[in-house]
Each structure stands twice: as structure tokens, then as C-alpha cells.
Ligand binder design. Structure first.
Ligand SMILES: Nc1ncnc2c1ncn2[C@@H]1O[C@H](COP(=O)(O)OP(=O)(O)OP(=O)(O)O)[C@@H](O)[C@H]1O
Length: 244
């Protein structure tokens, strides 16, 4: 579960300060995708960055499950980010020289796993690539994959440490509508299967049926939120996705 309580975030802008988030509170529950929508510049990415423990807010708190992240020392926050938080960026941010499998193995080894466990790490990478519809693509480099496939690798990579929080920033922005829909359904399916609390920023609602809950941000404030319970259409629309 991700819990933001009364979060305010400002940025220095010359002599002035911009308030990007203004006393924002929200709860994202495990097994559900909470969509964050709102106009450009409203604070969506800032909200995601705070929830990912990438930016510390000026005030208010972030909890991941039972842990108050805002009370942690920087090193503890880094460890928590690695172990409990998976992040998927707008662009897939893959390393060009690595194969799909290696992208996941490198992420797994950031956790300091020993060589003795290499076989297990590789098996885990292949299991995740299979889960995102990329069985058979493990040896391809990013340049040998389509945009949708690259985004699938990025999603698999975010799941390597079996996170409880999954944060996804505009995953469809580089894709056509059909591929974008496949990625959104995949995120929804994995959210349920792996019981992640998923926060997903999107600028449009074309694929709204894959969201369980929708939070609207305007001028750094939440102006509307759902009731936190799954919408029937979101549950019904899930099917195992294949490669795109
Ligand atoms: N590093 C920064 N320094 C100063 N101001 C910033 C910084 N990052 C964001 N802002 C400002 O904070 C506000 C919120 O920005 P944010 O990127 O969170 O919005 P957004 O809703 O994600 O926008 P978009 O949909 O265009 O990506 C905006 O006014 C933006 O200009």
C-alpha cells in the first residue's frame, strides 16, 4: 500500500518557489491500479516522484506498507526504493548494449546477490519476461525490439525485486493506441497477479477501463478521487497480453 499524507512539495524557481503539490493525500491499495490524471503541469510527475521516494517532500509523509519513508535516512530510503518500489518511466530507459534478460539480471544484481545465485536470477528474469509476453525475446537488445516490447522489458525489470509499490509514468506515450491498450492491460494484470499497489500517470483516459481508481490533480491538488474499490470494467477487461 502507498499512503501519501498531507504532502506539500515546492521547487525553487529563481527567487520564487513553485508549489507543485499542495497538501496531497492519497491511498493506493495492493492489487489495484490507481490512475493519476490532470492537465500538463498539474503535478502528476511530482506526485509520482514523491511516491517513488525519489524526491523528499517539504512536508507530509509517504508510507510504503508500514514503513514511513519520509522518516528514513537517505541510505535506508535507497535500500527501500530498491527492494519495495518498482518504477517504469515514460521512455523505457533500457541500456542499449544489454539483452532483455541482461536488463533484468543487472537490476537484480544491484541488490548485491552473490554469484552462487546467478542461475536463480537468470531463471527469475526469464519468468518475468514470460509474464510480460516476451518469452523467446530474452536475447534481443533494445534496438531489436519494438517500442511496445521495450516497454514490456521495462515493466519486467521494475518487477525484479517483487516490489509492493509499482509506479508507472505515462507508459503509452510513445505507442499507438492499440499497443498502448495492451501495455495498460498488462500493467493491470500484473498488478493483480503480483499484488502491487500501482500508481499510473496518464494524460488521457482512452484506456480508462484498465484503471481501478482515478485521481485527478489540478494545480497541485487532488480535486477528485474514486472510492478505492475496483471498477467492474477493469476486472472484466483483463486478458493475458501477448507480445506487441
Ligand atoms: N525541477 C523543477 N524545478 C522547478 N519547477 C518544476 C520542476 N519540476 C516541475 N516543476 C513545476 O512544478 C509543476 C508541476 O510539474 P509536474 O512535472 O509535476 O507536472 P505534470 O502534471 O507531471 O506535467 P506534464 O503532464 O506536463 O508532465 C509545474 O508548474 C512545473 O513547471
Amino acid at each position: 500500500m502507498i499512503t501519501l499524507t498531507d504532502v506539500t512539495l515546492t521547487y525553487q524557481d529563481g527567487d520564487a518557489r513553485i508549489t507543485a503539490l499542495d497538501r496531497v493525500s492519497l491511498v493506493a491499495r495492493e492489487g489495484l491500479v490507481t490512475g493519476i490524471v490532470g492537465p500538463s503541469g498539474s503535478g502528476k510527475s511530482s506526485l509520482l516522484a514523491v511516491a517513488a521516494a525519489l524526491i523528499r517532500p517539504d512536508s507530509g509523509s509517504l508510507r510504503i506498507d508500514e514503513v514511513d519513508v519520509t522518516a528514513l535516512r537517505p541510505r535506508e530510503a535507497t535500500a527501500l526504493r530498491r527492494d519495495r518500489i518498482g518504477i517504469v518511466f515514460q521512455q523505457s530507459n533500457l541500456i542499449p548494449s544489454l539483452t532483455a534478460r541482461e536488463q533484468l539480471v543487472v537490476m537484480a544484481e544491484l541488490g548485491g546477490r552473490s554469484r552462487a545465485r546467478r542461475g536463480a536470477v537468470r531463471a527469475r528474469a526469464d519468468e518475468l519476461l514470460d509474464a510480460v509476453g516476451l518469452a523467446g525475446f530474452a536475447d534481443r537488445r533494445p534496438s531489436q525490439l519494438s517500442g511496445g516490447q521495450r516497454q514490456r522489458v521495462a515493466i519486467a525489470r521494475a518487477l525484479v525485486h517483487d516490489p509492493s509499490a509499482l509506479l508507472v509514468d505515462e507508459p503509452t506515450s510513445a505507442l499507438d493506441q492499440e499497443r498502448g491498450g495492451e501495455i495498460m492491460r498488462l500493467v493491470a494484470l500484473l498488478t493483480r497477479e503480483r499484488a502491487t499497489a500501482t500508481l499510473l500517470v496518464t494524460h488521457d483516459l482512452v484506456h480508462a477501463e484498465t484503471l481501478d481508481d482515478i485521481v485527478t490533480v489540478v494545480d497541485g491538488r487532488i480535486v477528485s478521487e474514486g472510492d478505492g474499490s475496483p471498477r467492474p470494467s477493469a476486472v472484466d477487461s483483463l486478458r493475458p497480453a501477448r507480445t506487441s
